[in-house]
Design a binder for this molecule. Structure first.
Ligand SMILES: C[S@@+](CC[C@H](N)C(=O)[O-])C[C@H]1O[C@@H](n2cnc3c(N)ncnc32)[C@H](O)[C@@H]1O
Length: 283
């Protein structure tokens, strides 16, 4: 199937079948997608053995068909939401490097958007490129391209230090004594807050930022408080932080981190920070 995919000349068909094919490949893989590292587990071995014991070809085709229908239905639903298409002008750019985009805007003056709604990475809670490496290989990416993507991923992106206007940021910085951990902490806030601050200059009204209190060496970092303090000092009003309890998703599974022997803290909440630009602030 991947051979067919790579042979296809039609970009439109490719777009419809990429995600269904990736999902199918994941279902038939011995890799346990719940784990960050590429590895087998008794649960997935059992799943693949069950497939192999039955008519797996038929099952695969039917799964693929279901997923392709789901993609098409979502497209139709999305198009249906654009009630008055004549009034709508949208520019969608996906997969772009936030830091580059934010820095490209440095010379631009004035507002570009009314709102910014985003969910940046939560420290190292998820490693997105590592978790999708095998998918990228199937899609035809080369090893050096994947490495280049990993290097751009937050918080691993090398960035220049920026000012973080938050007393909480300093308090936690003092607590992190290991140089490597301190580097991750600093790079995270320098890159995420550096990019968000540059983008926020072009936002007229509201910032909505989703984050979770991820941990570094068993220390839960109050990312939301640091973000709120930073933007308050830059002329934004912190209106509210809404807290949601995570019930179904697990970001850390094992009780102990195998690398450190320290307790892993399961992230229990996700926070939505709402910031409004102060009305007298025209900068
Ligand atoms: C917490 S997730 C949020 C994803 C999405 N906004 C959502 O709500 O489903 C953070 C996302 O940031 C992406 N990311 C990491 N580094 C990035 C970078 N330098 N530029 C753009 N996106 C990046 C990750 O791949 C991941 O998809």
């Amino acid at each position: 199937m991947w051979g067919y995919y790579h042979h296809l000349a039609e970009p439109q068909i490719k777009k419809v079948i990429t995600v269904p094919l990736l999902k199918l490949t994941r279902s038939f893989s011995y890799n346990d997608a719940q784990r960050q590292k590429l590895s087998r587990s008794p649960k997935v071995i059992q799943r693949v053995e069950n497939f192999l014991a039955g008519n797996w070809q038929e099952q695969a085709l039917s799964m693929l068909q279901t997923e392709i229908k789901a993609v098409i239905n979502r497209q139709v639903e999305y198009q249906g939401l654009m009630i008055d298409q004549a009034c709508l002008s949208a520019k969608i750019r996906a997969g772009i490097d936030t830091i580059q985009t934010a820095y490209d805007l440095r010379s631009y003056e004035g507002y570009l958007w009314d709102l910014l709604i985003t969910s940046p990475p939560y420290l190292q809670a998820q490693e997105y490129i590592r978790a999708s490496k095998i998918d990228l290989f199937w899609m035809g990416y080369q090893e050096d391209q994947i490495r280049a993507l990993s290097n751009k991923e937050l918080p691993y992106h090398k960035v220049e230090p920026v000012s973080i206007h938050s007393a909480t940021f300093e308090i936690y910085r003092q607590k992190l004594l290991e140089p490597k951990i301190l580097q991750v902490y600093e790079r995270y806030f320098f890159s995420v807050l550096g990019a968000l601050t540059a983008l926020a200059e072009h936002v007229r009204e509201y910032l909505f930022l989703f984050v979770g209190p991820a941990s570094l060496r068993a220390e839960a970092i109050p990312i939301d408080r640091i973000f709120a303090e930073h933007f308050e000092s830059l002329g934004w009003t912190h209106e509210v932080t809404l807290v949601d309890v995570i019930v179904s998703r697990v970001l850390f599974r094992s009780k102990k981190n195998p690398a450190t022997g320290l307790d892993n803290h399961r992230m229990r909440t996700e926070h939505l920070i709402v910031l409004r630009r102060n009305s007298n602030d025209n900068s």
